[in-house]
Design a protein around this ligand. Structure first.
Ligand code: NAD
Length: 487
């Protein structure tokens, strides 16, 4: 494709990082890595197998048992985590370029992800220093206190949407808590993860604390989940993968944190600020190419404003700039991989018989190659249809009318997922009662998806198990031992 930006110094091959060394798989296995704009095979990556996971777990176990990482004072660990944040900020431009090249995310949005990744490290550095020790007294009778101990080697398995930022979301609390880690990044997008080794070395993280094994989920990911020396797995990805991991982790009774899929509703009442709701709903489903777990991919609109909403929303969707992700004017880039593109396009075709097509509906004009999908809007979508029920994970939205609050609630809760929800109304009482009744882990009232890192992040129903965010993340990576003393 002419004019397609290719970052300087791209690696031709991406390796694992085990015990401070950049290494290939023991058996030499590799897999191809594609550029989503051209689908050219621009690099290979080492495809980790059971033997490679075993080496990484051995290194992480030694670093945990022999230290110094788990035994360092919280302040000392925090100093290193802040240096990690500095290094991420210093490499923001490079990081954003690589992330955009590998994922197809618009460059302006990839930059935001780099800043958020640095913020995750600063946040958990602060939090672990500020953490208070619990002590409980029964005057004259008993003193009880809690020893907090890092659990051990944490297995971190991450998806390909905003890969670097989501990796930071697990790495920062695991390391802050004193765990050592084995990271298995998503196979579609191994490029930005290859920066971690240099960042951690520059910050002075002791050897063996951070290990990374690339590879396919069914091979490297599976071996990590089944390894008896890894007591806990933090996973973000599809609900069906989460179910497989849940089953496979049962033998060794592992601790599990699961952030899974979503089909989040954006509910717009007739009394809402319509322009603000439309702005936010567009951002909610089309930012990050729609490849966003918290995407507001079902828009429910109260009948009196339904036609006006559909018309205005579709007009805006038709004006979204789709194109080369490296162009700063681009609002929707290329989907991550041809397999995912085929999945999204299949839903676009299904939608044509399930709803009324108002915008998009296929490949945008003038973009004949690469994984481009025009922002696609279907109206009059029934609650039983597949595009209402199933996670598409692309720039495709279903709009459905409702008549009253009870009807809106039934539609909003009428899917197996329960990750996020967005509500637009100027009625304060309705906003709060409706939020309370929603089956969703997170609700945004009259607001965009912006999150304070202290708040719980996680879903209910098929969207997840456990919460991340603030002290909840530190708790996951920490054993709490109660010590009782009779006075
Ligand atoms: P995925 O489940 O296909 O893969 C996620 C990771 O799991 C990858 O690293 C993959 O290699 C690995 N994996 C796959 N099979 C495995 C197995 N059998 N054992 C161990 N590991 C295995 O998900 P994806 O397509 O990469 O990501 C998109 C999904 O992630 C969407 O469903 C999205 O909603 C979800 N997601 C959720 C959140 C959240 O916080 N709730 C955030 C981002 C993405």
């Amino acid at each position: 494709m002419s004019g397609h930006f290719i970052p300087d110094g791209l690696p031709a091959h991406i390796r694992h990082y085990i015990d401070g060394q950049s290494v290939d798989s023991v058996g030499g296995e590799r897999f191809p890595v594609l550029d989503p704009v051209t689908n050219a095979n621009y690099a290979t990556a080492a495809a980790g197998q059971k033997a490679d996971i075993a080496l990484a777990v051995t290194a992480a176990t030694r670093a945990f048992r022999e230290g110094p990482w788990p035994h360092m004072k919280a302040r000392e660990r925090a100093r290193i985590l802040n240096k990690v944040a500095d290094a991420i900020e210093d490499s923001e431009t490079r990081l954003a370029e690589l992330e955009t090249f590998d994922t197809g995310l618009p460059i302006t949005q990839a930059r935001g992800q780099a800043r958020r990744a640095a913020e995750n490290f600063r946040f958990f550095a602060d939090l672990v220093v500020a953490q208070l020790d619990d002590a409980m007294k029964v005057p004259g009778a008993q003193l009880n206190y809690v020893n907090r101990k890092p659990v051990g080697v944490a297995g971190l398995i991450t998806p390909w949407n905003t890969p670097f930022m989501l990796e930071s979301w697990k790495l920062a609390p695991a390391l802050a808590a004193g765990c050592t880690v084995v990271l298995k990044p998503a196979e579609f997008t191994p490029l930005s993860a290859s920066l971690w080794a240099g960042i951690f070395e520059e910050a002075g993280l002791p050897q063996g604390v951070f290990n990374l094994v690339n590879g396919l989920g069914e091979e490297a990911g599976d071996a990590l989940v089944k390894h008896p020396g890894v007591p806990l797995i933090s996973f973000t990805g599809e609900t069906t993968t989460g179910q497989t991991i849940f089953r496979n982790a049962a033998t060794n009774l592992k601790g599990l944190s699961m952030e899974l899929g979503g089909k989040s509703p954006c509910v717009v009442f007739a009394d809402a600020d319509l322009d603000a709701a439309i702005d936010s709903a567009l951002f909610g489903v089309f930012s990050l190419n729609g490849e966003r777990c918290t995407a507001g991919s079902r828009i429910l609109v109260e009948r009196p404003i339904y036609d006006e909403f559909c018309e205005k929303f579709a007009a805006r969707a038709r004006n979204i700039v789709v194109g080369d992700p490296h162009n700063p004017a681009t609002e929707v880039g290329a989907l991550v991989h041809p397999e995912h593109y085929a999945k999204v396009m299949n839903y676009v075709e299904i939608g044509k018989s399930e709803g009324r097509l108002l915008a998009g509906g296929g490949r945008p004009a003038g973009l004949d190659t690469g994984n481009y999908v025009a922002p696609t809007v279907f109206a009059d979508v029934g609650p039983e249809s597949r595009i209402f029920q199933e996670e598409i994970f692309g720039p495709v939205v279903a709009i459905t009318p409702f008549e009253d609050d009870a009807g809106a609630l039934a539609l909003a809760n009428g899917v197996k997922y329960g990750l996020a929800a967005y509500v637009w109304t100027n009625n304060l009482r309705r906003a709060h009662t409706f939020a309370q009744a929603l089956e969703a882990g997170m609700v945004w009232l009259n607001s965009h998806n912006v999150r304070d890192l202290r708040t719980p992040f996680g879903g209910v129903k098929a969207s997840g198990l456990g919460h991340e965010g603030g002290f909840r993340s530190l708790d996951f990576y920490t054993d709490q031992q109660a010590v009782h003393i009779t006075l």
